[in-house]
Every structure is written in structure tokens, then in C-alpha cells.
Design a protein around this ligand. Sequence first.
Ligand code: ADP
Ligand code: MG
Length: 246
Amino acid sequence: MPILAAHNLFKTYQLGKTHVPVLRGVSLSIEEGERVAILGRSGSGKSTLLHLLAGLDTPDAGHDSHIAFDGRTLASRSGRELDDYRTRSVGLVFQFYHLFPELPVLENVLIASMIGKSRIAWTTSRQALRSRATALLEQVGLGHRLHHRPVELSGGERQRVAIARALMNEPRILLADEPTGNLDRQTGSSILDLLDGVQAQTKQTMVIVTHDPATAARADRTVRLADGIVVESLDSTPTSPTGSHG
Ligand code: ADP
Ligand code: MG
């Protein structure tokens, strides 16, 4: 069973009297441990799709559309279960980091674990959670920046904080929307290396949205989106051995 499956998703935005059809029947299925890239030009509906997968928005009614996580549709979940899905099952990384500017790095990561927890549950686990947040920040190379504020960090460092935050609740799926879109190529590449490292270590299921074919090529599989539909789904071909045998 796929960990995440989307069936026939439609999404049309309404701008005054104009309908803007963005998704026109998107289906896709992601296996546990897979690293999938969703590739498409700007405006092709990638962020819209990712928001639907993350449970942050809902597809248009009708069309027999649904999104199922672990075999259960999001539509069948209660409000509390959906909150749980958004904050614990899924970890989100955005192009512009979305950190709290007034909070130190450590608190930015820790805050993910506070959401939806009772005060008592939070207080009793606080020490363990601080240790986990610290370990994650060390893992992303920011062990020496725990008490800095985001404004004191470079773009690449801010994205590292955002990745640590996204991993804080041990999400079953990491969803990243253009995680290198605001970074120069070299910094972006180091962020992708970091995600590769996480994947190699924990077999983290990842969905990475990008307009950049080189970024997509690093995934196990690329789903290409154009005009609101999936136009192809390709496994990354393993590099064939060059030269002669033996
Ligand atoms: P991508 O992430 O691939 O660049 P988006 O999913 O952000 O594409 O947007 C797809 C299209 O939907 C774009 O034409 C965009 O202008 C439009 N769009 C996105 N969000 C909204 C919205 N809230 N209201 C109206 N149109 C929107
Ligand atoms: Mg986008």
C-alpha cells in the first residue's frame, strides 16, 4: 500500500468572475521510503498540489477525488485527526523558510513539537525535546548557531533550520516546496546533499517540488506536471556503467 495516494485531484481558483483551473485530474502514488520529485514550470500547479497533499487545502468536490494517507482518506478524518496529520505525519519545508524571526534557532525547531500538545505533556517532555532539537540542528550543521536569530543566518543556514524543524516530529513524509528556489546553485546543492544524507540515514519518504530538472534528477522518480495534469512519471535511470566489461 502506498503511504500517500492522490486520486483525480481537481482544483480551480475563483478570481472574481474568472475561474482559474489549476489541477485537472492529478493522480499520483508515493511508496514509503521513496524520494519523488514533482517537476513543472512556474504556474503549473505544483504548490497547489503540495498544499492538497499536506492537508492545508482541499480539492474541489466531485470527480471522485481523494487523498489517502496510510490507506485512509483525509476527507474522512476529524478536525483533530487532520491537525495531527498536518503537524505530525507531514513535515513541511518552504522556499522562503517561514521561520519566526524573533525566536532563536533552537526555539524555531522546538516550536514544531509544541503544536497540539497539552501544557503538561509539553512540560514533562521538554528536556527530551530540547535534546532532540539540538541533535537535529547539529545534524544539519548548525550546532554552533542554536541561540542565533534567523536574521543573523544566511539563506542556506535558514533552510537548514527549516529542515530541522520539519524533521522534529519524525514525520512520515517530508514535503518540500522549491527548497532551493531562493538559494544560489552551490548553496542549493548543499541543501540537496543534506536531504540526501537524511534519506540515506532514515529512508525518509520525501516529496520535493521543483521547476529545476537537475534538482528533480536527484530523486528516485520524477512526476512531471503540465497544464494541471501529470504528463509523465519517470524513474531516474541508474547511470549505466561506462567503458568495456571486465
Ligand atoms: P507553481 O507552484 O507550479 O508555480 P501554483 O500552484 O502556485 O503553481 O499556481 C498555479 C496557478 O494557480 C497559477 O496560475 C497561480 O497564479 C494560480 N493560483 C495559485 N493560488 C491561487 C489563489 N489562491 N487564487 C487564485 N489563483 C491562484
Ligand atoms: Mg510554487
